[in-house]
Ligand binder design. Structure first.
Ligand SMILES: Cc1cc2nc3c(=O)[nH]c(=O)nc-3n(C[C@H](O)[C@H](O)[C@H](O)COP(=O)(O)OP(=O)(O)OC[C@H]3O[C@@H](n4cnc5c(N)ncnc54)[C@H](O)[C@@H]3O)c2cc1C
Ligand code: FES
Length: 279
């Protein structure tokens, strides 16, 4: 069995600057070895540890969908040592990867249901994976209607702009984009995600809510979902705790008796309520 701490090499194929402040980039990466590629089977919501030699490693949600044939994608916000090292890479350079890690969004449970997808900031990465997975032609009929509410600080901070336009052109998905501050040309909504959720008021009937975002967004979104009637069992969250090993060995990421890296990062609110922990 392969040592779980040993990264596999991947080549950076493409780097796209996502935001106008140039602080968020999407990396498309491909395995150097066929065997590593064959062993990397993932679902939306999972993450991986990316490493740059001599700089360290850190966890990142997988932003691509497994239905995408052209490599894995990660969208990285420049925050500190490792993320700066990733931002300094050029196409063709080699990074390390360990994964896929953690659990996925509850794909089985979402089948036949309306899915309300609520995201803010760069935490939208794994939600993008989920949306593309559900929209994939061979998967689409398994899932019900989709509602996306996605917010960023300004229009220039929205990720995946071309893809958002394609989603908006479809009739089987309602896409509501919102910004905290408009730039004058903005056609979408203005306001924070919880307020827009309240305004749109999606029905909780036969529906799941899936939420990823900064802690402040989650804090104010959960009461809105509760008031709309989404039960904790059908409210799904992705958590971003600080992590080290990513495989349930170091004890850095636990809430109660659960390791966010191994038992999560995806939990229902009902599960989190049982744990009575800080998240
Ligand atoms: C499951 C999971 C998925 C993630 N997915 C993404 C993703 O898709 N894209 C992305 O850009 N980031 C993601 N993150 C956050 C990312 O792991 C951190 O930004 C990264 O570890 C920072 O590393 P660094 O060496 O650049 O920063 P450091 O030099 O270690 O720290 C710089 C700053 O970042 C803060 N920081 C470090 N780790 C975290 C963390 N886990 N959460 C919040 N702040 C942190 C530090 O407190 C410090 O203020 C994810 C984290 C987790 C746990
Ligand atoms: S990061 Fe080590 S136990 Fe979760």
């Amino acid at each position: 069995m392969k040592n779980p701490y040993l990264p596999s090499p991947m080549r950076v194929e493409k780097i796209v600057i996502e935001t106008e402040d140039k602080n968020i980039k999407t990396f498309t990466v491909n395995f150097l070895n066929d065997e590593d590629e064959a062993n990397f089977s993932y679902l939306p919501g999972q993450f991986a540890q990316l490493s740059v030699l001599g700089k360290g490693e850190a966890p990142f949600g997988i932003a691509s969908s497994p239905t995408q044939p052209d490599g894995l994608q990660f969208t990285v916000n420049k925050a500190g040592v490792l993320t700066t090292a990733l931002h300094n890479l050029e196409e063709g350079e080699i990074i390390g990867i360990r994964g896929p890690l953690g659990n996925s969004f509850p794909i089985e449970a979402l089948q036949g249901k309306t899915t309300v997808i609520i995201g803010g900031g760069f935490a939208f990465t794994t939600l993008r994976s989920l949306v593309n997975y559900m929209l994939y032609p061979e998967n689409r009929s398994r899932f019900g209607h989709m509602v996306v509410i996605y917010g960023a600080r300004t229009p220039g901070m929205l990720l995946y702009k071309e893809e958002l336009e394609k989603w908006k052109a479809r009739t089987d998905i309602d896409v509501h984009l919102t910004v905290d501050k408009t730039d004058g040309n903005w056609q979408g909504k203005v306001g924070v995600v919880p307020s827009i959720l309240k305004e749109i008021a999606p029905s909780p009937e036969n529906a799941y809510a899936v939420v990823c975002g900064p802690p402040i967004m989650i804090k104010f979104t959960l009461p809105v979902l509760r008031d709309l009637g989404f039960p904790p069992e059908r409210t799904v969250l992705s958590l971003e705790m600080k992590m080290k090993c990513g495989i349930g060995m170091c004890g850095r990421c636990n809430i109660g008796n659960q390791y966010v890296c191994k038992d999560g990062p995806i939990f229902t609110l009902a599960q989190l309520n049982e744990l009575h922990g800080e998240y």
